[in-house]
Design a protein around this ligand. Structure first.
Ligand code: SF4
Ligand code: SF4
Length: 140
């Protein structure tokens, strides 16, 4: 009994002088790895409204709507709506992998806690403004 106690105290004593592996999150921000699959960022001007991201999404959490064309000669499609429902997004990265223009990219941001489920539906302005921890490789 006493031997076990001494062994335990010995381990505790040793650990007191080792570098800490814990952090003070959330008081101090934790820097996630650059390749983490976090909440998406949308570059609206790069989007060609091809719907590939929505089509491949396994949980069908992306809603895309195109702006009606006012000029018949207009070739470029424009986004009217681009929503992601983060109640069911599994951050699988498929939407960003399939995007031909890298209009949608993953970030290293995972902080999406909300008190209301409705607040987990993020729209185009929110996704466009999500500049938190965009991967270096995906920055324009
Ligand atoms: S990360 Fe996966 S689940 Fe989330 S929107 Fe993209 S394809 Fe859908
Ligand atoms: S795959 Fe990319 S370009 Fe196509 S609709 Fe989605 S975000 Fe836009």
């Amino acid at each position: 009994m006493a031997t076990g106690l001494l062994k335990g105290l010995g381990v505790t004593f040793q650990e007191m002088f080792r570098p800490k592996v814990t952090t003070k999150y959330p008081d101090e921000p934790y820097v996630f790895p650059n390749r983490l699959r976090g909440i998406q960022k949308l570059y609206v001007e790069k989007c060609i409204v091809c719907h590939q991201c929505a089509n491949i999404c396994p949980t069908q959490c992306i809603t895309i709507k195109e702006k009606p064309k006012t000029d018949p000669a207009q070739k470029k499609k424009e986004l009217a709506v681009f929503d992601i429902n983060f109640e069911i997004c599994i951050l699988c990265d498929l939407c960003t992998e399939v995007c031909p223009t890298e209009a949608i990219v993953m970030t290293s941001n995972v902080e999406l806690a909300e008190t209301s489920r409705a607040d987990l539906h993020k729209d185009l302005p929110w996704l466009e403004a999500n500049n938190t921890n965009v991967r270096e490789v995906n920055k324009p």
